[in-house]
Write a protein that binds this ligand. Structure first.
Ligand SMILES: NC(=O)c1ccc[n+]([C@@H]2O[C@H](COP(=O)([O-])OP(=O)(O)OC[C@H]3O[C@@H](n4cnc5c(N)ncnc54)[C@H](OP(=O)(O)O)[C@@H]3O)[C@@H](O)[C@H]2O)c1
Length: 285
């Protein structure tokens, strides 16, 4: 079986490439191989590889920059039109398309803090909007016979991707910041679930290996938490005593609004372990 991974040097893509190589014939492509937005080159490359499964781990992820008009246009190309094109190629090649979306397609209130796979998205920022449009592009092709797993996930963390541009994960940033600061200021909002990229890679492959029906899936580690409470747990595990100050998102100058509640509820497959357990493993390694 041939598996094509797009964005194979990103944070998630690197873990997918690691986890699948050896068991499958894996072709992992990233920016150094081609620009995915050069659709002509991309189409001929995918036809040449003739994959059985296409995994799209590439995305435009700069949430605040995306509020800018030109950046939003770029985000739409990568997060919406590109998955649409991949869906067309998947139909043509009779391949399965696996695509990742985000909890940012939702925004909750105190009355509704969690979302199942069937809930209707209502993004509050441009990044969420572009990812929602990507979902729609994929779902629109289902009546043409598209075989797909659309996976929503949130707050990824784990080993840094192999691309030189790969961003460090939230926990690594906090450990780095605390070296030079007396006190850390952390938002005590955005109740949602962390997801460890090695766990997500495993849960992804189990979808086709266990022959789960095609559709939308919510794959996250268990246990919703705010950024502030997550740093408290991180410091407890690392025995760091530096004070942490909880703030509201209004106190930070950020261009994009964030959902206050966006807990993804997995109602379809075996639940993943808790984020605390996953974090312990990450820190051990
Ligand atoms: N990170 C999170 O917390 C989070 C939360 C929810 C959902 N997700 C979703 O999970 C998926 C994986 O996210 P991630 O954080 O692992 O992403 P990532 O680390 O940013 O990786 C994306 C990879 O795709 C490459 N890429 C982007 N545009 C490209 C282009 N035009 N041509 C060729 N390569 C290109 C990037 O290269 P460059 O680095 O050179 O651009 C990067 O190596 C995405 O769909 C994302 O929306 C992520």
């Amino acid at each position: 079986m041939i598996i094509l991974i797009l964005g194979g040097q990103g944070n998630l893509g690197t873990q997918l490439t690691k986890s699948l190589t050896g068991n499958y014939e894996v072709v992992s492509l990233d920016r150094e191989d081609l620009d995915f937005l050069d659709f002509k080159v991309l189409i001929s490359k995918v036809r040449e590889i003739a994959p059985n499964i296409i995994i799209n781990a590439a995305a435009y992820n700069a949430v605040d920059q995306c509020e800018n008009k030109e950046e939003y246009e770029l985000a739409m190309k990568l997060n919406a039109y590109f998955p649409g094109l991949l869906a067309d190629i998947a139909v043509e090649q009779k391949a399965v398309l696996i695509h990742y979306s985000t909890d940012y397609v939702f925004s909750g209130t105190e009355d509704k803090t969690f979302f199942t796979e069937e809930d209707t998205p209502n993004p509050v920022n441009k990044y969420g909007e572009s990812k929602f449009q990507g979902e729609q592009e994929i779902l629109r092709r289902v009546e043409s016979g598209l075989k797909y797993y659309l996976i929503r996930t949130s707050k990824l963390f784990g080993p840094r991707g192999s691309s030189p541009q790969a961003k460090p994960s939230f926990f690594d940033i906090m450990l780095d910041l605390v070296q030079n600061k007396k006190e850390l200021t952390v938002v005590n909002e955005e109740l949602s679930c962390f997801t460890y990229t090695p766990d997500l890679s495993l849960a992804t492959r189990q979808l086709w290996e266990l022959e789960k029906p095609y559709g939308v899936y919510h794959l996250v580690n268990q246990g919703p938490v705010t950024w502030y409470d997550a740093v408290k747990e991180l410091f407890r595990l690392k025995k760091i005593t530096a004070p942490i100050r909880a703030v509201r998102s209004e106190n930070l100058l950020r261009a994009a609004r964030r959902p206050k509640f966006s807990i993804l509820k997995n109602t379809k497959v075996k639940k993943m372990r808790s984020w605390e357990e996953a974090l312990q493993e990450y820190l051990r390694k």
